[in-house]
Design a protein around this ligand. Structure first.
Ligand code: NDP
Length: 339
């Protein structure tokens, strides 16, 4: 395996580097702040495939003009339990920042509310949105599509996106339980990182260009990923397509793929976020009841609840080891003459 050289960066340096790059390539203060915060929190929590690693892609789409760095999302809440956010062709983090407080307020009034975000470009992890809701005492569910990268069970060609799904459950006075997962065997960013770093992947992560199962990330990048868990993961990915595109009116993965300019950034799509108030739905005893469940679960040998790894990483306020080659690319972006 190739030796990976790293350089240490403090979290505030990660934020500043990201903010400076986004600002240089046309983001206004609101968009640059939301994006830099997304990158910093991903690096803080160890979500490496959705932190600094994503910046070259974000910048490619700002440069091509596909994504607006000065997007001004419009939030509407005309029906009590439906929040609509038109992201104005900007990246998702600022649209989420504008819409999530309105969604939380709607769920606290009606018990359950959904937010559809349209005209956006999602290139990040989804746990920031579900965790935001859980920290406010709400259950959160979020999903979005991408462009074709995953072969539905039984097929040999890409049709679904990597279609992530996140769920968060609040635990008063504890960190929430949060899962956030691609419905493919791996997120595309992790396959790209494995190819960059020379790691093999578990056999059957995807198919090579010859349609045969492969453990070589470079071959899988030329071929397709598979859904996790065979036809069951495939069904969940199908649900994500319908909730994120059928329910928002924005692109299905195949439509996003047909329209995208393939500049290296994410395709245009929609995101659906659901917020549920457990106090209003299950009643006053909900927290103790679910704590009992978690205590039993956590008492099982070998168990860890999802989200725990990230929450542990978060307690470390020290420097992070950043891939030196990536850092070189980011510093080049900052120093390049633009426009
Ligand atoms: P992982 O397979 O690394 O993790 C999936 C979930 O499982 C996490 O919540 C993780 O919690 C949990 N988990 C992992 N190991 C265990 C374990 N042993 N026991 C219990 N829980 C465990 O994530 P993916 O590779 O599938 O996805 C990575 C990221 O990619 C996600 O954040 C997703 O949102 C993002 N993504 C974004 C896309 C986009 O278009 N914007 C597209 C596809 C993916 P923990 O964090 O604690 O390890």
């Amino acid at each position: 395996m190739a030796q990976i050289e790293t350089e240490q960066l403090q979290l505030r340096e990660i934020y500043q580097l990201s903010f400076d790059i986004f600002s240089k390539y046309g983001c206004d203060n609101n968009n640059a702040t939301a994006l830099a915060r997304t990158v910093e929190t991903a690096e803080r929590d160890g979500s490496l495939s959705h932190g600094l690693f994503r910046i070259p892609g974000y910048i490619a789409s700002l440069k091509s003009g596909k994504v607006k760095g000065i997007a001004q999302p419009k939030v509407e809440n005309n029906m009590a339990s439906i929040v609509s956010v038109d992201a104005d062709h900007g990246y998702a983090p600022f649209a989420l920042k504008c819409g999530l407080p309105v969604l939380a307020q709607a769920a606290n009034q009606t018990g359950i509310a959904i937010m559809k975000i349209t005209n956006t470009f999602h290139f990040a992890a989804l746990w920031p949105e579900t965790e935001f809701l859980a920290e406010k005492g709400l259950v959160g569910v979020a999903c979005t599509v991408y462009k074709p990268a995953v072969a539905p069970a039984g097929a040999g060609q890409a049709f679904f996106g990597t279609n992530p799904l996140s769920f968060a459950w609040p635990r008063p006075s504890k960190t929430p339980v949060v899962f956030d997962m691609a419905t493919s065997t791996l997120a595309m960013g992790d396959v790209q990182i494995a190819a960059r770093d020379g790691h093999e992947l578990p056999h059957g992560t995807g198919l090579g260009p010859d349609g045969k199962p492969s453990d070589d990330p470079a071959e899988i990048l030329k071929g397709v990923l598979l859904p996790f868990g065979g036809y069951k993961g495939s069904a969940i990915s199908l649900m994500v397509e319908l909730l994120s595109a059928g329910m928002t009116g924005d692109n299905f993965s195949y439509e996003a793929g047909e329209k995208d300019n393939n500049d290296g950034g994410p395709p245009k799509g929609g995101e659906l976020v659901i917020a549920i108030n457990p106090e209003l739905v299950a009643g006053a005893g909900w927290a103790d009841h679910s704590e009992g469940f978690f205590q039993k679960l956590e008492g099982l040998e070998g168990i860890r609840v999802p989200g725990e790894r990230r929450h542990k990483n978060r307690l470390d306020l020290g420097a992070r080891n950043i891939n030196k080659e990536l850092l070189g690319k980011l510093r080049d972006l900052l120093e390049a003459v633009y426009p």
